[in-house]
Design a protein around this ligand. Sequence first.
Ligand SMILES: CC(C)(COP(=O)(O)OP(=O)(O)OC[C@H]1O[C@@H](n2cnc3c(N)ncnc32)[C@H](O)[C@@H]1OP(=O)(O)O)[C@@H](O)C(=O)NCCC(=O)NCCS
Length: 446
Amino acid sequence: MPWVVRDVVNDINKAVGRRWRSLDPLLPAPGQLPQGCGAPLVVTGTDGRAVGLGACVHQPVPPGSLNQTWGAATRFILTPRLGGQDTAASLGALLSQWRDHLAGVAAAHEDDTAAFISWPTRDITGVRALLRHGLQPLTVVAARTRPGTARSGTARSGNPPGTARSGNPPGTAWSGIARSDSAPGGNGRPPAPPGVTIRRAGPLDVDTVFALEMGVIEFDAHFGGPVKREATAELLYAEVRASLERPEPAWTWLAERGRRPVALLVTQPPPDARWISGMTRRSPAAYLQTMFVIPEERGGGVGTALVRCAHRELDAWGIDVTLLHHSQVNPLSGPFWYRMGYRPLWTTWEARPALSLRGTPRSPAVTSQGGNLLLVARNSYGKLTVFLKVAEVPDVIGAQNWERASVTGSACRGSGPRARPRRRSRAGVPKAGSWAKAEDTLSVRS
Ligand SMILES: CC(C)(COP(=O)(O)OP(=O)(O)OC[C@H]1O[C@@H](n2cnc3c(N)ncnc32)[C@H](O)[C@@H]1OP(=O)(O)O)[C@@H](O)C(=O)NCCC(=O)NCCS
């Protein structure tokens, strides 16, 4: 990267860092832009200086990977860096460029694709631009900090990962921080509802843990995040087995009523949570991967007891922050997690398929010529539409083109001059005073 460009990147990154810091103390310092598919997208201000950058990473997820269950098969991930206090205009411009870029990428025209962007939840200045460009707030990354810890943390930098969840089997069990003396054993645990016991899972629980994990995927699939694929069950089973067979099993807890398993909670310790820990400046970070209570046990306190049990252990281990994903529109998870002490940190916005991302809707331009009004509008895909309001039988355009014009006054609603719908004239020639929508091939004579 030439030094001039590097300086621009550094300046913008510094501005973004200050902005993030003032918005949310849990956000990380912005990391370097990832190596995108080409040169970064650049947004310039009115004075021609760069005010924002974006890198687009193309991520094809192999079919044999469990990661494909957590989203589209091919993901196009935009990492934005936008200076200034209000990102509305610069984000809009960046998203338009991104849409133009994706339109030229063959793989982005496939169905099983997503355009994906992680945006700090507290940065409300970008929300309208994201919505206007057709992105949907599908998933939230929520965070819970250990009670009693200072609000500031060691600054660390990072970029939000593109995928909703890691598909890799957890690595070795975590032993990085000495376990405190107050670590709860069976005695220190908060009470579970009567008749329910909580214990750690082991290798013999593979079928149970697998079934409960599948329960979450099936439940969350209602909300447009995970995609249950042909290979999902097989890949998930293998991951669960590998995780439970580790010398020190992952942090997996089961709740049972009598001998019947009723709920599951799985947490990744810091070494396994590295794929997401860059989303916050606090560390060490764990990731709460799975939480599921069988339907007939919900609303009775099992979930609360299981989470409190896990939190007691995480706090005792010195975990500073715990992250998790929940679907934005899951009616059970959001309220539950926020009562459990979590709060939103990042929102991941997606357009599926990728090219449902919209370009900038441009405002129509209206001009008048000899008493005739000409309105030129371009829709979000760049298609040009010309509307004409004719004061007299025109000399404005060629007669043969009128033949192809149709009277669609209502199409102008909400943009530019208000027009009353009119009946299509028999020969396709609009009457004087009516609005006509013409083909974009019309030639206009002055
Ligand atoms: C989200 C989920 C884990 C919550 O588990 P749960 O066992 O129903 O949770 P709890 O019973 O502890 O709390 C749920 C509700 O029961 C109420 N409740 C009833 N008796 C209770 C008790 N004795 N103690 C605590 N809460 C009790 C809670 O106040 C809470 O009320 P709400 O309706 O206002 O939310 C569960 O609904 C679930 O598995 N959902 C499907 C999968 C899912 O969404 N997973 C999370 C993916 S991120």
